[in-house]
Design a binder for this molecule. Structure first.
Ligand SMILES: [Zn+2]
Ligand SMILES: [Zn+2]
Length: 452
């Protein structure tokens, strides 16, 4: 930092042509004037994306838009990466590559998918998109995790780095990832030959917007930063019958209710209080009519932890509780619950490589000021970002970008309230300062990792 100021001061004293040389030699920096000029277009892009959110694995228009933006800036774009979900599935992952001489290879990722959430922010650009899910249920769709901020930040960063090619060298890979929310999009791209299509990166980077910080600030967490995530389905089976004659049936609704309550004891009674764990039952579906005892009820669970031992305790606990509760309700042996662990939708712990994290933090300080850097603790949220670094093979870092309007954040804090978090129908990033912070920060990080 001091070094940079000295160079700038000398440069100013020496006049314009010397200034350019000295600043380049000392410190490549984002072009703030260009960012100011780009901001109206970036905000339009953000609002377009926000108005047209697409669910995981359906990011057709979002990926096409990102591809067009990157192509327009001179990146060589490859689309349709990530076809492993199912035969015939197109796969909406894409990469834009810019080769700029010899040097390191840096990959920057933005995820593109939205969530089945009906937006309630009341913003003029709130999403009104509705879709029908495979189970027939109609739902609103919303960028409730702010992946539209991520895509727009990536485009803003691309604009900066395309214009500043005389300040960096190496191979820059910008990646649009589908299906982060289903936690399998990164793996889909890797399995579909991502690293046959682009060179293996020396560094892998990403940012995520955050409701726990005001816009203008960023958060860096070295080491383990986000939990592993395990998805489990329970098919609770009973014996159907007339609602007026429960003695002739075995009611899977009552059994499911019992399983839901007993599952709450796994984290409180089976796992170590010193090891974090979460078990949430996110969906419960069963039955067609009030006077029919149905044949089955389906539960969808999501479990988080930081270590494999705790994960195995959770999985074993779910199997034990489901089976035990069914036996207690006299469910026939052949109708006991089926517990399925969805291996394809497992995400490992996100580990921010400590050495790379130090460099990232230094760049963020330079771009945003030391006073705007936070060190938030690790969270129980999860990400499949680590898959792009082949689970530790390539050093990777994800940093957090505050997304909440600073005045609203200060008021909420003063009143002891928390702002609506990501995945809430009320999550409303303040786009301009959030994008500005993300773009300046990420551009500086890339410039510093790919010096001239
Ligand atoms: Zn999310
Ligand atoms: Zn997210």
């Amino acid at each position: 930092m001091r070094h940079a100021h000295l160079a700038l001061a000398c440069a100013l004293a020496l006049g314009a042509s010397a200034a350019t040389t000295m600043v380049l030699a000392a410190d490549a920096m984002p072009d703030r004037r260009r960012l100011d000029a780009d901001m109206p277009q970036l905000l339009n892009l953000y609002k377009d994306l926000h108005l047209a959110p697409e669910l995981s694995r359906m990011e057709e228009k979002t990926s096409a838009r990102l591809a067009a933006e990157l192509r327009g800036l001179g990146f060589t774009v490859t689309e349709g990466i990530g076809k492993y979900f199912a035969p015939g599935y197109k796969g909406y992952g894409l990469v834009g590559v810019m080769k700029n001489g010899d040097g390191p290879t840096v990959l920057v990722r933005a995820d593109m998918d939205a969530l089945p959430v009906e937006e309630k922010t009341g913003l003029p650009y709130a999403s009104t998109v509705k879709v029908r899910l495979p189970n027939g249920q109609e739902t609103g769709v919303m960028h409730a995790c702010g992946h539209d901020i991520h895509v727009t930040s990536l485009v803003g960063t691309a604009r900066q780095l395309a214009a500043l090619q005389n300040q960096w060298r190496g191979t820059l890979i910008l990646l649009g990832q589908p299906a982060e929310e289903t936690i399998d999009g990164a793996m889909a791209m890797v399995r579909d030959g991502l690293y046959d299509k682009v060179p293996q990166p020396d560094y892998v980077l990403a940012l995520h917007d955050w409701s726990g910080m005001p816009a203008g600030r960023v958060g860096v967490t070295p080491g383990p930063a986000m939990a592993q995530s395990t998805q489990v389905d329970i098919r609770v089976r009973g014996v159907g019958g007339h609602g007026s004659a429960p003695q002739t049936a075995r009611d899977p609704v009552v059994l499911a209710a019992s399983i839901v309550m007993q599952l709450q004891t796994i984290v409180s009674r089976s796992t170590s209080p010193q090891k974090p764990a979460v078990l949430t039952i996110g969906t419960i579906h069963g039955g067609t009519k009030r006077n029919i005892i149905p044949e089955e009820v389906k539960l969808e669970l999501n479990m988080r932890s930081y270590d494999e031992e705790t994960r195995q305790i959770l999985i074993a606990g779910v199997r034990r509780v489901a089976r035990g509760a069914a036996i207690a309700m006299d469910i026939p042996e052949e109708r006991l619950p089926e517990v399925t662990v969805l291996d394809a939708e497992f995400a490992p712990v996100v580990i921010n490589d400590p050495k790379l994290n130090e460099r990232v933090e230094a760049s963020l300080r330079k771009a945003l000021g030391a006073e705007n850097i936070d060190h938030p603790p690790a969270v129980m949220g999860s990400e499949d970002f680590g898959r792009l670094g082949l689970d530790g093979k390539f050093p990777s870092v994800m940093f957090r970008v505050g997304a909440i309007n600073p005045a609203a954040y200060a008021k909420a804090t003063a009143e002891g309230r928390v702002m609506p978090s990501t995945h809430s129908p009320l999550f409303a990033p303040d786009p301009e300062p959030t994008l500005r912070t993300g773009i300046l920060g990420m551009t500086q990080v890339v410039l510093d990792l790919m010096p001239r």
